[in-house]
Design a protein around this ligand. Structure first.
Ligand SMILES: [Zn+2]
Length: 135
């Protein structure tokens, strides 16, 4: 048996928990509430990590949280108090919809438009999936 085959066999035998921990960990937002505003300080680094435009993420969050937001010195400011747990859930959802590959679960994807449809293309395994959610 080839070494690669043995490796694959060993990998297949690993418990499910193991493969789950290999999954992309969605970054948690960092920020605080200031008066009636919620300020996130790491949205740009999250955007950088997942390879998406901060504006795109902002549009999604604004709609999902039903709260207008804007950027100020690389900080994202929302016009009301928001629980961090709620924002984290939305960021996670964004990553699932727009970033993670449907097939292999890796975050190395690109968004393209083909025939008017938004396509998420995986650079790791080549899978293309139509993104039905819109922003
Ligand atoms: Zn993939």
């Amino acid at each position: 048996m080839k070494y690669e085959e043995m490796l694959k066999l060993a990998k297949d035998k690993l418990p499910k928990v193991q493969s789950k921990s290999e999954r992309f960990a969605v970054p948690k937002i960092q920020g605080h509430v200031e008066g009636n505003k919620t300020i996130l300080i790491n949205l740009f680094s999250i955007a950088d990590l997942i390879g998406r435009q901060p504006d795109h993420i902002l549009k999604y969050l604004q709609r999902e949280l039903a709260t207008p937001g804007y950027f100020q010195d690389k900080r994202l400011v929302f016009g009301r108090k928001l629980a961090s747990q709620m924002i984290n859930e939305k960021v996670k959802r964004y990553v699932e919809i727009f970033v993670l590959c449907e097939q292999c679960g890796k975050p190395d994807t690109q968004l393209l438009t083909e025939e008017g449809k938004l396509i998420k293309k995986c650079m790791a395994c080549g899978t293309k999936a139509v993104v039905t959610a819109s922003i």
